[in-house]
Design a protein around this ligand. Structure first.
Ligand code: GAF
Length: 375
C-alpha cells in the first residue's frame, strides 16, 4: 500500500477509489521558450506527487497532504483566486475540468510528494496533473489534453502565467528519454537520453536559494517578450528568423537582450536534440553552459547562489552546467562524469560554505516515466 493510500485511510476513514502518480521535472535545455511558442527538452524526475482520491456525490472537497499541516475543505468548487496555499492546485484542477464541461463533482484527496517544493522542480504541476487524473477516474482526458488543462488551472485559477512545459513533462515523459516538445504544435518526440550509458551523471543541485520576486519577475519577462513580438510583427518570438535584423529593429537594450536569449535558446534546443538523436550525450555540455550564460546575462534570471553552483561545478570538471526551471533560485543541473560527481558536489558544498550560503542538496537523476495510475 502506498503512503498516500495509508494517509487517505487515516484521514477519511475509508479506502480511496484509486492512486495516481505524476512526476516533477528538470529541464535539460530550453528555458523561458515555452511561452514564446518555442522548444523545450525536459525530463521527468523519479520524484513525484502521489494522490489517493475518491469521488464524492455531494460536491464537497476535502484535501489533505502529508507535507502540509493545513487541511482544505469546501462545500462546493471555489472561485479562482480564492484559495491560498497548496490546496489552490488541486482546487484549480477541479475548476479547469468543470470549466471545460467535465465536472468532477466532489473529491476526497490525500497528496504525498517526494518532489522538493519551492525548488523549481515543478511539484505544483505534478500535483495538478495527479489531481486531474484522480478526478477523471476511469475516463481521463488524453495526456496532452491533461497537460493543457493543468496549465489552465495554473494560469486561470492560481494566477501563475506559466507556459506548458512543466505540465507536458509530467504527463508525456518516458523513462530513458528526454521530451522534445515544440510548444506551438505540442507534438512530442521522445529522444533517447541515457547519461549513465556514457559514464555520465546528471547531477541536480538544489541551491536552496530563497525565491526572489519570482511571480512578478516571471510575468514581467513574459510581457516583454510579447511586446517584442508585437513590435517585430511576429506571432511569437519563435518566429524570429533574422536575429541581427530583429535586434536592430528593437527600441531598447533590455528588450534586445531578452529577445536574444529566447532566439538563441531555441537554436540551442534544436542543436541539443540533434546531439541526442546522434547518441552524443557527452557533447551536450557546452550548450548547457551557453544556455546558463544567456539566462544569467541576457534574461537575468540567475542569483549568486546559482552562479556559484554553476561556476564551481564547471571548475570541478563538469562537462556543462546551467540553471534549470524558471530561475531566481531553484536548481542547477550539471552533466558530469560519474567518477567526478562526488567531487563536484563536494566542491559546490565548500564554495557555499565559504560564501555563507545555505547548504545545498544534491541528487543524481535519471529520465523517468510520466504520470500514470498506480492502482
Ligand atoms: C517555469 C514555468 F512554469 C514554465 O512554463 C517555463 O516557462 C519555465 O519556468 C522557464 O523555462 O517553470
Amino acid at each position: 500500500m502506498t503512503a498516500a493510500e495509508r494517509g487517505f485511510r487515516a484521514a477519511f476513514g475509508y479506502g480511496p477509489a484509486g492512486v495516481w502518480r505524476a512526476p516533477g521535472r528538470i529541464n535539460v535545455i530550453g528555458e523561458h521558450t515555452d511561452y514564446n511558442d518555442g522548444f523545450v527538452l525536459p525530463v521527468a524526475l523519479p520524484h513525484a506527487v502521489t494522490v489517493a482520491a475518491a469521488p464524492r456525490t455531494d460536491g464537497r472537497l476535502r484535501f489533505r497532504s502529508a507535507q502540509a499541516a493545513e487541511a482544505f475543505e469546501a462545500d462546493a468548487l471555489p472561485r479562482p483566486g480564492t484559495v491560498a496555499g497548496w490546496a489552490a492546485y488541486p482546487a484549480g484542477a477541479l475548476w479547469a475540468l468543470a470549466e471545460e464541461g467535465r465536472p468532477a463533482g466532489g473529491l476526497d484527496l490525500f497528496a504525498d510528494g517526494t518532489v522538493p517544493t519551492g525548488a523549481g522542480l515543478s511539484s505544483s504541476a505534478a500535483l495538478v496533473c495527479a489531481t486531474l487524473l484522480a478526478a477523471s477516474g476511469d475516463d481521463p482526458p488524453e495526456p496532452r489534453e491533461t497537460a493543457r488543462l493543468a496549465r489552465r488551472a495554473e494560469n486561470d485559477f492560481v494566477g501563475m502565467p506559466c507556459g506548458i512545459m512543466d505540465q507536458s513533462a509530467s504527463m508525456l515523459s518516458r523513462e530513458g528519454h528526454a521530451l522534445f516538445l515544440d510548444t506551438r504544435t505540442l507534438v512530442p518526440e521522445h529522444v533517447p537520453f541515457d547519461p549513465a550509458a556514457r559514464g555520465l551523471t546528471l547531477l541536480v543541485v538544489d541551491t536552496r536559494a530563497p525565491h526572489r520576486l519570482v511571480d512578478g519577475a516571471y510575468a514581467e519577462r513574459r510581457r516583454t517578450c510579447e511586446e517584442a513580438a508585437r513590435l517585430l510583427g511576429v506571432a511569437a518570438l519563435r518566429d524570429v528568423t533574422d536575429l541581427p535584423g530583429a535586434l536592430a529593429a528593437l527600441p531598447d537594450d533590455l528588450t534586445r537582450r531578452r529577445v536574444r536569449h529566447v532566439v538563441t535558446e531555441n537554436a540551442r534546443v534544436l542543436e541539443a536534440v540533434e546531439l541526442l538523436r546522434a547518441g552524443a550525450v557527452d557533447a551536450l555540455g557546452p550548450l548547457l553552459t551557453a544556455s546558463h550564460a544567456s539566462l544569467r546575462d541576457d534574461y537575468e534570471v540567475s542569483v549568486p547562489e546559482v552562479d556559484t553552483a554553476v561556476d564551481t561545478a564547471l571548475d570541478a570538471g563538469s562537462l556543462g552546467a546551467r540553471i534549470t526551471g524558471g530561475g531566481f533560485g531553484g536548481c542547477v543541473i550539471a552533466l558530469v562524469g560519474t567518477d567526478r560527481a562526488e567531487a563536484v558536489a563536494d566542491a559546490v558544498r565548500r564554495a557555499y560554505k565559504e560564501r555563507g550560503f545555505t547548504e545545498p542538496a544534491f541528487f543524481p537523476t535519471v529520465p523517468s516515466a510520466g504520470a500514470h495510475r498506480l492502482s
